[in-house]
Design a protein around this ligand. Structure first.
Ligand code: GLY
Length: 596
């Protein structure tokens, strides 16, 4: 463990240096969906959780809690916990249902990062189940014959973007290490819902409608999401018998049934699209492994904020943001004051400059993690924040490093999709897992009842910038850089908070500011996840529309920031631990927290 102490944001692209731009900088946020509908089949606890969320209250519990992006998935996890399963067991059930009822965000065809606090040993473990590039890929994977980057969306909606999925193996690995329920039974709820049909939620229906054109690219995808040519509607009952069959195979035979044999063969075949076919092979799937990595922990004002290291940039960037901001008395500052937001915005910009240069899969390139989160380095970066105005320019720093290495910058941003799960069980184990298929609906390729990811477009398409190699370039077997930030905060070695969010590159800002809201400003987890967003990943200050944050647009612009008022659809799911448990679920999505 490292221990030191919905509007296209075209303006973002124009804010970046020309060499750094590509189409992926034009980020279209996922639609916001407030919980206005009731979900048929919810338990009393589920109904009470919906009420708490509508009223802006945290859910309170004594023994266990699960918070995730869809009520039916949370119900499945709650059932496992109620019946004596633990957090690892519950995660398997939650993920299996999410892949059905929130297929646009995560599923068997994607990847994930998991942070686990083990109550018995007091140890923290982080598991990397990021998708991998095919062994047949090379750094020119996303370049055309003239050496120019492929059109971004063309690459996304193709077999070329699909990496070897990691999520099924993560479910199995977490269960193997820590689970105690019968593996088979963990899929019961998902299989039943898939076989008998589930009610399409508002969010799923809106997501399908918004993506209808690209979902029409592949017949199997069209048949499921646009039956008869029209998008499925909220309230429809949708049956996914293929998904039920896939889950039955995994339940009965483990994930070998996914990574080898007929399912693997169908995945490989599905990536051989007419345009831009992928290079995945049966060998890529068969050799896929979850990797245990050192947790990245940063001592922030006495609390240890811990998360996932490379290939995720999440924990390093959050540690950097907090490490710069600890040089200021945030606790005494007003969350709605423009100077507070200047500091937070520019600290995040500085972290993103370092991320763009240094962060990538550390199995392939050296990453100066220790130097990047060194307290003295961060104090020196914080000196840049001492003025009163926005920093006119932001560039990567020079952290201490035992490597003589110069990288080019890769300032692209991951797409804003994904899902987050937080669970605490009655033994005191804590799980924080962020799970994704990259952009909404991933590659749009639908096989065996689930969508395949487009995670490989999180790599830099270019191999070099300004003559220097880019750390996050494609290489065979490599894992693309991520922003996913599953986090557990420890106080005196004991967890006090589990948190994370979807949102592409804005995940980092969403998560960091919610941690600050809880730790520095004393908000409970529901208040913290509800707090309006102001995030500045690298260029434009994004300000959440129709909230008090809008009032800061002009003052921030007066300080020199480019600003854009827009929907900012986080999906924060958080649990605080202390005198009992409190669960928070993001009002911008459909999730809830259930506890007992
Ligand atoms: N696919 C979102 C991320 O990895 O950051």
């Amino acid at each position: 463990m490292y221990r030191f102490a919905s509007t296209a944001i075209l303006a973002l692209a124009t804010a970046l240096p020309v060499a750094a731009q590509q189409t992926s900088d034009i980020i279209v946020p996922e639609p916001e969906t407030q919980v206005t509908q009731d979900f048929p089949g919810l338990s009393d606890a589920g109904m009470a959780a919906l009420d708490a969320k509508r009223e802006g209250r945290p859910v309170e519990a004594e023994n266990w809690m699960v918070s995730a992006a869809h009520p039916l998935a949370v119900e499945a996890g709650a059932r496992v916990l109620r019946e004596g399963g633990n957090a690892a067991d519950a995660m398997v059930a939650v993920q299996a249902v999410l892949g059905l009822v929130e297929p646009q965000s995560s599923g068997l065809g994607g990847g994930a990062f998991l942070v686990w606090y083990d109550a018995a040993s007091g140890e923290l473990t982080t598991l990397d189940a990021r998708e991998t590039a095919p062994l047949a890929a090379d750094p020119r994977y996303f370049l055309d014959e003239d050496g120019e980057p492929l059109n971004f969306m063309t690459a996304v909606v193709s077999g070329r973007s699909v990496g070897t999925p990691g999520t099924p193996r993560l479910m199995e690995e977490a269960h193997r290490r820590w689970g105690r329920s019968n593996w088979r039974g963990l899929f019961d709820d998902a299989i039943e819902l898939a076989q008998d049909g589930f009610t399409v939620s508002t969010r799923m229906a809106e997501s399908v409608a918004a993506a209808a054109e690209s979902l029409g690219a592949f017949p199997a995808t069209t048949d499921y999401f646009l039956p008869g040519g029209a998008p499925i509607a909220a309230g429809d009952t949708l049956v996914n018998a293929d998904y039920a069959a896939t889950l039955r195979q995994i339940a009965a035979h483990g994930t070998a049934a996914f990574y080898t044999g007929e399912i693997a063969a169908d995945i490989v075949a599905a990536t051989r699209t007419d345009d831009l076919p992928g290079l995945l092979s049966m060998g890529d799937l068969a050799r896929y492994q979850v990797i245990e990595r050192p947790a990245i922990c940063y001592d922030y004002r006495g609390d240890e904020v811990c998360g996932m290291g490379p290939p995720s940039s999440g924990a390093v960037a959050i540690a950097q943001i907090l490490g710069m901001l600890e040089n200021f008395d945030l606790g005494q500052m007003d969350p709605q004051d423009v100077q507070t937001r200047r500091l937070m915005g520019d600290a995040t910009r500085l972290a993103f400059a370092d991320r763009g240069r240094y962060l990538a899969d550390s199995d392939f390139v050296p990453v100066p993690v220790e130097g990047l989160i060194d307290r003295d380095y961060l104090a020196s970066r914080a000196e840049l924040l001492r003025g009163d105005d926005a920093l006119p320019e932001v560039s990567a720093g020079t952290p201490e490093w035992d490597h003589a290495q110069i990288w080019g910058d890769d300032l692209r941003q991951e797409r804003p999709a994904t899902s987050h799960i937080s669970i605490v069980d009655s033994d005191g184990n804590v799980l924080s897992m962020t799970t994704t298929i990259e952009s909404g609906f991933g590659s749009r390729i639908f096989v065996r009842g689930f969508l395949l990811n487009n995670e490989l477009t999180d790599f830099s398409f270019r191999t070099h910038a300004d003559g220097w190699p880019i750390a996050n370039r494609v290489e065979p077997g490599k894992r693309p850089r991520s922003s996913m930030s599953p986090t557990i905060v420890l106080r005196d070695g004991v967890p006090v908070l589990a948190i994370g969010s979807p949102g592409g590159a804005t995940i980092i800002g969403f998560t960091a500011q919610t941690i600050i809201a809880h730790l520095d400003w004393g908000m409970n987890v529901q208040q913290a996840v509800m707090m309006p967003h102001l995030v500045n990943s690298f260029g434009t200050y994004q300000i959440e529309a129709e909230t008090w944050a809008e009032e800061l647009a002009e003052p921030l612009s007066d300080l020199g920031f480019q600003t854009n008022v827009t929907a900012l659809t986080s999906g924060l799911h958080a649990i605080s631990l202390g005198d009992g448990l409190q669960g928070g679920a993001d009002p911008r999505r459909e999730g809830i927290a259930i506890g007992e």
